[in-house]
Design a protein around this ligand. Structure first.
Ligand SMILES: [Zn+2]
Ligand SMILES: [Zn+2]
Length: 50
C-alpha cells in the first residue's frame, strides 16, 4: 500500500513484475522488488505522485 502526502492510499502494482509499490519520501513511488521508479498522478489530489 502506497500513501500519498495528501492522505490518499492506493494499492498500486508494478507494471513490470506485479509487486505492490512502496512509497518513500524523496524517492517517491518505487517497486521494492525490481527497483523500478514509478511516476503517476495521485487520484486523490490530482498532483504528480512524487
Ligand atoms: Zn517491479
Ligand atoms: Zn495525493
Amino acid at each position: 500500500m502506497a500513501r500519498h502526502s495528501c492522505g490518499y492510499e492506493a494499492n498500486v502494482l508494478c507494471k513490470r513484475c506485479g509487486s505492490p509499490l512502496a512509497y518513500r519520501e524523496r524517492a517517491g513511488l518505487y517497486c521494492p522488488q525490481c527497483g523500478r521508479r514509478v511516476t503517476t498522478v495521485c487520484p486523490g489530489c490530482g498532483k504528480v505522485w512524487t
